[in-house]
Design a protein around this ligand. Structure first.
Ligand code: ATR
Length: 307
């Protein structure tokens, strides 16, 4: 079964030896790699649980929560386009998820309430530590595509981690004004004291983008430019210098034009596979309250990508 619809949920755990207890909801959801990421870990941990895909229509997320719970599901991942609707449907929302404005992980607890989290931001911080052996909070950062869903999560995490510089770049500049406002308020909080001007915004077409990139240590692509093998780099790759760390949130194709060119420029590069794995591992930690086998999750996704 590639995916279930809400109508099929009542049959989900009938005639099945292993009960479905975890799921990803989205639309489309057919190509989600979450089952291949989570199932090897669940099996290794001795959890008698299946992880399934469930297709949910827009405006149906609240109903879906009820149906999923009734069907015996304990935790879900939420993917495009339901992350905001999921936030609104949760009884409790983690403060970081609230700031990001998106929930990608939900726990249905025994008392009947559902709690929402966002593991994209913290998963990104873990990915940077793994890839480059540095703490995100120590880096001057520029996010190319900060107005998109992934860009927003990463930008919020950079503010939470207290990065010394956070430049938000986007093709549509208007999306960045409210974000700057919100993130500046966040870093003004007592526990995150820092100068307001650490957060800057810039249009992708602005000539000073070259200088903004030059002044950064970590350059993150969160645009969809690169998803097609023939796509160009989202900015001229000859601006990349050997001291740069380049993170492309795209993992398929494995090496985007940006990553290939940046490597040729002498920079250290990484693709979005580590983000996919760490955000998934954090979800599993929320559901199970225990450490999870990261390497098995990595292997599961790598095998799926080869298929
Ligand atoms: P989401 O991540 O919310 O689903 P998306 O439509 O997939 O959003 O877009 C993700 C990011 O890629 C956005 O920052 C988007 O820029 P806009 O906000 O201007 O739409 C960016 N993006 C998509 N195509 C692009 C392109 N050809 N050039 C530059 N940025 C692009």
């Amino acid at each position: 079964m590639k995916y279930y619809t809400l109508d099929q949920l009542s049959t989900l755990n009938k005639n099945s030896r292993k009960l479905a207890r975890f799921a990803v909801i989205g639309n489309p959801v057919e190509h989600s790699l979450s089952p291949q990421l989570h199932q090897p870990a669940l099996d290794d941990l001795g959890e008698d649980a299946r992880y399934v895909r469930v297709e949910v229509e827009a405006d149906q997320v609240g109903n879906a929560f009820q149906d999923l719970r009734n069907a015996g599901i304990h935790g879900i991942n939420v993917t495009v386009p339901h992350k905001l609707e999921a936030l609104e449907a949760c009884d409790l929302v983690d403060p970081a998820a609230q700031m990001i404005g998106a929930v990608n992980t939900v726990v249905f607890d025994k008392e009947g309430s559902c709690s929402g989290f966002n593991t994209d931001g913290p998963g990104f911080a873990r990915a940077i530590r793994e890839e480059f052996s540095v703490d995100l909070g120590d880096l001057k950062v520029i996010i190319i595509g900060a107005g998109g869903g992934a860009g927003r999560a990463i930008a919020t995490q950079c503010a939470i981690e207290n990065c010394p510089q956070v430049i938000l770049a986007n093709r549509t500049l208007e999306k960045l004004h409210p974000m700057k406002e919100q993130l500046s308020k966040l870093i003004d909080r007592e526990d995150l004291k820092g100068p307001r001007d650490r957060i800057e915004i810039i249009d992708l077409a602005d000539p000073s983008l070259e200088q903004a990139i030059g002044s950064s240590e970590l350059i993150i692509n969160t645009t969809s430019v690169g998803l097609k093998a023939t796509d160009p780099s989202p900015f001229p790759s000859h601006w990349v210098e050997p001291h740069h760390l380049i993170y492309d949130t795209i993992y398929n194709p494995e090496r985007t034009r940006l990553l290939r060119d940046s490597r040729d420029q002498g920079a250290r590069v990484a693709n979005g596979l580590s983000l996919l794995i760490h955000q998934g591992a954090l979800s599993l930690e929320y559901w199970l309250n225990r450490d999870v086998p990261l390497e098995l999750m990595r292997e599961g996704v790598k095998n799926a990508l080869k298929e």
